[in-house]
Ligand binder design. Structure first.
Ligand SMILES: [Zn+2]
Length: 225
């Protein structure tokens, strides 16, 4: 009996070591058309699998091969809520707008998959202890979405935008340029952001100030910064 119990415990801890993160999906909007659309066109099981795939993808993009490289997160919860906007994440809880799901006229499954990749980055990325620019935080989230091939067609094209930390698609395209100068740049930048933030990180990693990199980037696509 004791041996069996021990074996089971060893098995459980091994299971925990490989599948350390638990995912839950709660649909709070089933009484609304958007909540029903989520249930019928996406579904809790697909959403859970997507959260797991996103996590694996993000760890790879961030080059976080060991648990000590990552945030210590045991559980990520997705809530489908009757609310405005698209989605937001706080305290390892992702809140997805059922109205956004319900109003989507295109390939809603692919669009929501991209949204979940973006939100999952917020769970795992470092924020420079809260000191990183919000536009960079959002740009890194969309950079991962871009690399996962879930960039929607309405995004700006490469070379577009007004400033490097404008956020979202603009900053994602710029980070993609930076990563083309030095493969793994975004992973290195995120690593540096574990403890703080400075624009000097761009100089440290790429040898040029971020404003110069932005001008180079704009010039590459025939635009003037
Ligand atoms: Zn975001």
């Amino acid at each position: 009996m004791i041996n069996h119990a021990l074996c089971f415990l060893v098995f459980l801890s091994a299971l925990h070591a490989t599948h350390g993160v638990e995912y839950t999906v709660t649909n709070n909007a089933l009484s609304t058309p958007g909540g029903v659309a989520f249930r019928d066109k996406i579904g809790a099981e697909y959403a859970k699998r997507t959260l797991d795939s996103a996590t694996q993808f993000i760890w790879r993009i961030f080059q976080q091969n060991n648990p000590s490289d990552r945030k210590n997160v045991q559980k990520v919860s997705l809530f489908v809520d009757d609310m405005d906007g698209v989605a937001y994440t706080s305290n390892n809880q992702i809140h997805l707008s059922a109205r956004y799901v319900g109003n989507n006229k295109g390939d809603v499954k692919t669009e929501i998959t991209g949204v979940l990749y973006h939100e999952m980055v917020h769970v795992w990325q470092w924020s420079g202890n809260g000191r990183a620019p919000g536009g960079l935080i959002e740009g890194i989230a969309d950079y991962v979405r871009l690399k996962a091939n879930y960039a929607p067609s309405h995004w700006v094209k490469a070379g577009q935008g007004q400033k490097w930390d404008q956020g979202y698609d603009v900053t994602a395209r710029f980070l993609d340029y930076c990563d083309s100068l030095k493969s793994g740049f975004v992973a290195q930048l995120n690593k540096l952001m574990r403890t703080g933030y400075s624009d000097q990180y761009f100089v440290q990693l790429l040898g040029k100030p971020v404003d110069q990199l932005w001008r180079d980037y704009k010039a590459k696509y025939g635009n003037i910064a």
